[in-house]
Design a protein around this ligand. Structure first.
Ligand code: ARG
Length: 583
């Protein structure tokens, strides 16, 4: 903000220094920490130290220089006052001009405010990664939400992003499903809710597999046919995999997620086995077959101790493992796209695996290996601290969670605003419901466990999506009440209230917050920012008249409300949450 004024100032400082024969490259202005006034400071110590005409000590001389520049500058345009203290020149901006500049740039940039146009090599983000023939359950939620938000953030910070999904489409779970289908459901087609239908059949197959030895036996025989490459099984696999993918799509649509590229485990299995042979030949891997698996003893190779441990890359019977497929997948990613970085959103329990894979690829000589990055996240607990995994039978389908959230949100929206039409109520309730689910997944740091409970998620007065969405609705309704017309001219030439200065300050931070969050891959920073912004807006709204303010103030405050509305909306969008207009 205030770039033009700063440039003008820098030019003046430059000529001051030149006239005095001071060695200056480019004057470095630092922002003065905000305390109700905006400004920049220029430290004089380095210049004083370098000045050949120095008189007295460095601090004394710095102070003298600061005073000399102050006298020469007077009060430059756009500034309200200057102060030379302790070897610094502090320059305070004219509050009204600065406020106007912040608000005007938000209004002009509108939905682009906070984002930069993309350029350079793309970053790939792999997330979601479900297994076909199984449902997307609540345990998958944090991954999808986090991956989507990180993608949005990087994009906003000016990096092209490739969103990819790595799907587990082969393995025992698929064989179980298909065998059960052929034995008990041959010819059936999925119901409208494809994912639920697939999930029900999966649960049935899984139950039979663990309870009925005859079925288990049938599955083993079926697996052998699959390994033999039987065409009929391949056809059925492709058909049922497509059903599964359609089911996933339904949920991604609902969540507002999309992927640019899908990688399947099935495409990397064979390449993985070939790579293992190469690794054995090159001496990197040790072949323990037939008794033992193929391994890479990383600690032994690197001389480290219990750091990288042993990576197992092929079973003793020659069948593939998770790691067998990881290696070709990484290579494929970097050859399909000229990537800057390759990010993996995978839960924290796979940290060692990812660390090993990165090291293996590095040892294989891939220069890009250091540009692989594991974004680890912790699990989500349900109330009562029930872990949502697919193994212990506590699976909550994602659909179910969204449905329950929507029911709860419907009741709240109906009560808050009975005048909305049924269609409006439903639309708003869905946006509130999705926000309520997404916000807790994002607002907590990735590496901390989320405990999800309805009270907090839907608390209109707490740190929640509905609270932020509600601030947006209020801003919107003020503008509607004012006639919907944006003021064309406005000025902040009046005594600004602390709450409005504070709001302007919050709004002006947004681009910096986006940069920081993108750099640290921390959407939680934006979740917190959105909440703080909404809170500043509420303070302003409670303390300052807008519609009923006097004519000269009203225009400026309406413009400020609009800038707040835009910024709240843009911040929510980055974390995948919609901002309803009414509620
Ligand atoms: N599909 C795997 C699972 O459900 C996760 C895959 C994670 N991605 C990866 N590149 N390893 O556990």
């Amino acid at each position: 903000m205030f770039d033009r004024r700063k440039e003008q100032l820098i030019a003046k400082i430059q000529s001051f220094c030149e006239a005095k024969g001071l060695p200056i490259q480019k004057a470095e202005l630092r922002n003065i920490p905000f305390s109700g006034e905006w400004g920049v400071a220029l430290p004089f110590f380095p210049l004083a130290a370098a000045d050949r005409d120095r008189s007295g000590s460095v601090p004394q001389h710095a102070q003298a220089l600061a005073e000399a520049l102050k006298a020469e500058l007077g009060i430059p345009e756009g500034f309200s006052r200057l102060e030379a203290v302790n070897g610094y020149l502090n320059l305070y901006f004219s509050t009204s001009e600065y406020a106007k500049e912040v608000v005007t740039s938000v209004l002009n940039e509108s939905n682009r405010y906070g984002s930069r146009p993309g350029s350079g090599k793309p970053t790939m983000i792999e997330y979601s990664n479900p297994n076909t023939h199984k449902p997307l359950h609540v345990g998958h939620l944090r991954n999808v939400i986090l991956g989507g938000a990180v993608s949005n953030l990087l994009e906003a910070s000016g990096k092209p992003v490739v969103r990819v999904n790595y799907i587990g489409d082969i393995g025992l779970h698929v064989i179980k499903w298909m065998c059960n289908y052929e034995m008990y459901h041959a010819g059936e087609e999925p119901a409208a809710d494809k994912m639920r239908w697939m999930a029900d059949l999966y649960a049935e197959a899984d139950k039979r597999f663990s309870e009925d030895p005859a079925f288990e036996h049938a599955v083993r025989a079926y697996f052998a046919r699959w390994d033999g490459g039987e065409q009929h099984l391949k056809d059925l696999w492709l058909l049922t995999r497509a059903w599964s993918m359609e089911g996933f799509e339904q949920v991604y649509d609902l969540l507002g997620e999309h992927f640019d590229h899908i990688y399947f485990e099935s495409e990397v299995e064979e390449p993985g086995k070939l790579l293992v042979e190469d690794l054995i030949k090159s001496g990197l891997a040790e072949d323990g077959r037939p008794e033992n698996p193929v391994i890479i003893d990383l600690d032994k190779k690197l001389g480290t101790k219990e750091e990288y441990r042993v990576a197992v890359i092929l079973r003793s019977d020659g069948t593939s493992l998770y790691a067998t497929k990881e290696i070709p997948l990484a290579i494929m990613k970097f050859s399909d796209y000229e990537l800057d970085e390759s990010i993996y959103v995978i839960d924290v329990r796979q940290s060692l695996h990812m660390k090993q894979m990165k090291k293996v690829l590095e040892l294989m000589g891939y220069e890009w290996a250091p540009r692989m990055r594991h974004l680890a996240y912790e699990i989500v607990n349900l109330p009562g601290n029930v872990t949502m995994s697919s193994r212990d039978g506590t699976v909550v389908l994602l659909d179910d969670l969204i449905r329950e959230a929507t029911e709860r949100a419907l009741a709240i929206v109906r009560e808050k605003n009975p005048s909305l039409s049924e269609a409006e109520t439903r639309e708003v309730a869905l946006e509130v419901a999705l926000g309520a689910i997404k916000y807790p997944m994002i607002s907590r740091e990735n590496t901390k466990i989320v405990t999800f409970d309805w009270e907090t998620a839907l608390d209109f007065n707490g740190q929640s999506a509905p609270y932020i969405q509600y601030a947006h609705v209020r801003a919107n309704s003020i503008l509607t009440k004012a006639g919907g017309r944006k003021p064309e001219r406005f000025d902040f030439d009046y005594d600004l209230q602390p709450s409005e200065i504070n709001l302007i300050e919050m709004i002006s931070h947004f681009p910096v917050e986006v940069e920081r969050a993108a750099k640290e891959l921390k959407p939680s920073l934006i979740a917190t920012y959105a909440y703080d912004l909404a809170k500043s807006f509420s303070d302003f709204y409670n303390q300052c008249q807008v519609i009923n303010a006097s004519a000269e103030i009203r225009g400026a405050r309406l413009a400020l409300v609009d800038a707040a509305r835009i910024t709240i909306k843009n911040a929510l969008k980055l974390i995948g949450i919609k901002a309803p207009r009414i509620m």
